[in-house]
Write a protein that binds this ligand. Structure first.
Ligand SMILES: [Fe+2]
Ligand SMILES: [Fe+2]
Length: 346
């Protein structure tokens, strides 16, 4: 997976949320050369051009990208946990192999994204420190438990499906390294979505108990997936700026609508009911109406009080600490190699 509303502020940014837009304008004291650089940047954005790492960019643009890309990277690696939990319990060798490949892909997505964020001048150590100390956010969806095998299928179908919806427009993001990373990520997400949907199709041809498991998993995940697109546009003060900069191309509400409209026919083919009595086709809008999302629950989870927040963070911190000897050994080996090369060159 995945992303959610990457416009969600990290802890230290929370107080200044909403002030971001005012940082965009060149400060009054800006020199003539800075003003010229800003004008060049604006022109490039207006022409739908790409911004590359060594080029001048406004501080607020850089800061927004670091926050968004690092939150995205954290989401990918934290997203490995709920499904990784099921690798040892997959129902067949085929399902195990597929799930291993998927979870490994998510680790790869995290690496592309940390690398993309590093091009903006932040180090991987800084980003990981922010994650491990609870300062950085990641997608709220991974703070819910995967209770049984049907959850693994539903996570692929709906969570990765929502991720694709969110990430395809990011392939056209104005920041080059992020946009390029998204091209491959989206191809892999497509496989993730299909493997989940296919696993569910098989279960829905099984016993009554298996069908009930799928329906129960859909009931538990549906609303959380809708919340993944982030707060309504009216409550997303940073979204307009993200769109102005060509980072965000489609608004939270429009992405959510696209997801609902794409998923309803898939649910029908699968034979499950989406748990929303207000879900119905609106002829006039040529789109589905849907019910109210519980934003209190979303914010409680984003702010650390979801069912698995502590467990997820604990698992990441433990992995980091347990891997200390590997990092030390790799560093010592690299230093030894370098010393040997220098000696040979001398
Ligand atoms: Fe995925
Ligand atoms: Fe992913």
């Amino acid at each position: 997976m995945y992303t959610q509303s990457f416009s969600v502020s990290d802890q230290d940014d929370a107080k200044s949320a909403g002030q971001t837009a005012s940082l965009v304008a060149v400060p009054k004291q800006a020199s003539a050369s800075e003003q010229a650089l800003q004008a060049q940047f604006d022109e490039r954005i207006d022409a739908d051009g790409r911004v590359e790492p060594r080029e001048w960019m406004p501080d607020a643009y850089r800061k927004t990208l670091v926050r968004q890309i690092s939150q995205h990277a954290h989401s990918e690696i934290v997203g490995m946990l709920p499904e990784g939990n099921w690798i040892s319990r997959a129902p067949s060798l085929k399902r195990k192999a597929i799930l291993i490949a998927k979870v490994q892909d998510e680790g790869g997505h995290g690496l592309y994204l940390y690398s993309a964020a590093e091009t903006l001048g932040t180090s991987r150590d800084q980003m990981l420190d922010a994650l491990h100390t609870g300062k950085a956010k990641y997608s709220s969806i991974f703070n819910y438990p995967t209770l049984n095998w049907a959850d693994v299928g539903v996570v692929g179908w709906l969570v990765d499906g929502a991720a694709i919806m969110n990430q395809i427009p990011l392939c056209r993001c104005s920041y080059g390294p992020y946009a390029r990373a998204m091209v491959r990520v989206c191809k892999e997400e497509s496989f993730h979505q299909r493997q989940g949907y296919e696993a569910l199709l098989v279960m829905m041809q099984g016993t009554a108990e298996q069908k009930a498991m799928v329906q129960d998993a859909v009931n538990r995940w549906w609303w959380k997936c809708l919340a993944m697109f982030g707060p309504p546009d009216a409550d997303s003060p940073n979204s307009a700026q993200g769109m102005r900069w060509g980072i965000k191309r489609i608004s939270n509400d429009d992405l959510r609508q696209k997801f609902v409209d794409a998923t309803v026919p898939q649910a029908k083919v699968l034979g499950v009911t989406l748990p929303d009595p207000d879900l119905k086709w609106n002829e006039e809008r040529q789109a589905h109406d849907y019910g109210q999302i519980d934003w209190d629950e979303f914010w409680a989870t984003v702010n650390g009080n979801g069912p698995c927040n502590k467990e997820r963070l604990g698992a990441r911190v433990k992995a980091w600490n347990d891997g200390a000897w590997v990092r030390e050994a790799a560093l010592a080996h690299a230093q030894k190699q370098q010393a040997r090369q220098m000696k040979e060159a001398a």
